[in-house]
Design a binder for this molecule. Structure first.
Ligand code: SF4
Ligand code: MG
Length: 320
């Protein structure tokens, strides 16, 4: 395993005193070598907070994150430089994550210099190589990022992430701010690079049909918890959690080639409760069509229903 997350929690103070936003509320998952793990959830489910914790942009309230056996449950500032280069992130909006006043060469030169990836004299050659890896022409090195289109900017952000030769890239909805027409190109580039470089991806998204095409394993988050995690095939063949079943029922069964390009948003049935006031018992009970009396009182525990297929629901305990 490249990353092992154990009992991870992140609480933020709420507006009202003594209350907390339980953004991430005790989750366990792993990312293996050369694997794409899809972390799927509605907005407010805690998936981006999880991404930021893995990146070290936040420090956890409790729990641990380890990377290749080393504890990284610290903010990135406190992480060793050698560890920092191993985990990179591509944010949702390349318009704000890239400085518009900088040239592509300056943007890509920064991590190369900070991490001393190549000697100064080889900098330009390395930048050209990075551009080539993401399929951008060499002369982009002199272009200002503000002059690029959204898709091109995201390719530059990907090249920047690759600069330090990371083992893991966290992708926080990398295509959801882009036109549908450029999404496929970005995804294709990401998949090719993963193949070529043997990296792992933690892919944060609300786009279930995208995950169907690219994820090796999928985890579903609901109100700060992972409620189900399984290999992609198994996940779509026998989804066990009522929430997963609800999400999958909103995806058309027949996916034609052109339909696959359209992002399938998660359509919520009923409102997602506030992470400040998480329902007692099973946190999904307020929206669950199958909720019974026990669900209002007891929080279900995660169990392995099939090999590598974990689920958190009282019904699944009964079935076994
Ligand atoms: Fe629904 Fe109960 Fe399962 Fe929660 S534990 S998902 S409320 S059936
Ligand atoms: Mg988000």
């Amino acid at each position: 395993d490249v990353v092992v997350v154990h009992n991870l929690q992140k609480y933020f103070p709420a507006h009202k005193k003594n209350l907390f936003v339980r953004a991430v509320d005790g989750i366990d998952f792993t990312v293996r070598k050369n694997e794409v793990v899809g972390l799927v959830g509605e907005s407010g489910s805690g998936k981006s907070t999880t991404a930021y914790l893995v990146m070290g942009l936040y420090e956890p309230t409790a729990g641990t994150i380890s990377f290749q056996g080393q504890d990284i449950s610290l903010s990135a500032k406190k992480r060793a430089l050698t560890l920092k280069k191993e985990i990179q992130i591509v944010f949702q909006d390349p318009g704000t994550s890239l400085n518009p006043q900088r040239t592509v060469g300056q943007i890509l030169g920064m991590p190369l210099r900070v991490h001393k990836v190549v000697p100064e004299k080889d900098l330009e050659e390395k930048i050209a190589l990075l551009l080539d890896m993401v399929g951008l022409p060499e002369d982009y090195i002199y272009k200002y990022s503000r002059t690029l289109g959204g898709g091109e900017r995201q390719l530059v952000a990907i090249a920047r992430a690759l600069a330090t030769d990371p083992s893991l890239i966290v992708l926080d909805e990398p295509t959801s701010a882009l036109d549908v027409s450029v999404q496929a190109k970005i995804i294709g580039t990401l998949m090719r690079l993963r193949e070529q470089l043997g990296m792992s991806y933690l892919f944060i998204t609300h786009d279930m049909s995208l995950m169907r095409n690219i994820a090796d394993r999928i985890a579903i988050m609901y109100l700060g918890k992972i409620v189900e995690m399984a290999p992609a095939r198994d996940f779509f063949q026998r989804p066990l959690h009522p929430y997963t079943q609800m999400l999958l029922s909103s995806i058309p069964v027949v996916l034609k080639a052109e339909q696959e390009l359209k992002p399938q948003r998660i359509r919520s049935q009923g409102e997602i409760p506030s992470p400040v006031h998480i329902p007692p018992g099973c946190r999904f009970h307020t929206r669950c069509p199958q909720a019974g009396p026990i669900c209002l009182q007891e929080e279900p525990e995660m169990m392995e229903a099939f090999p590598d297929h974990r689920v958190c629901c009282h019904l699944c305990h009964k079935a076994n």
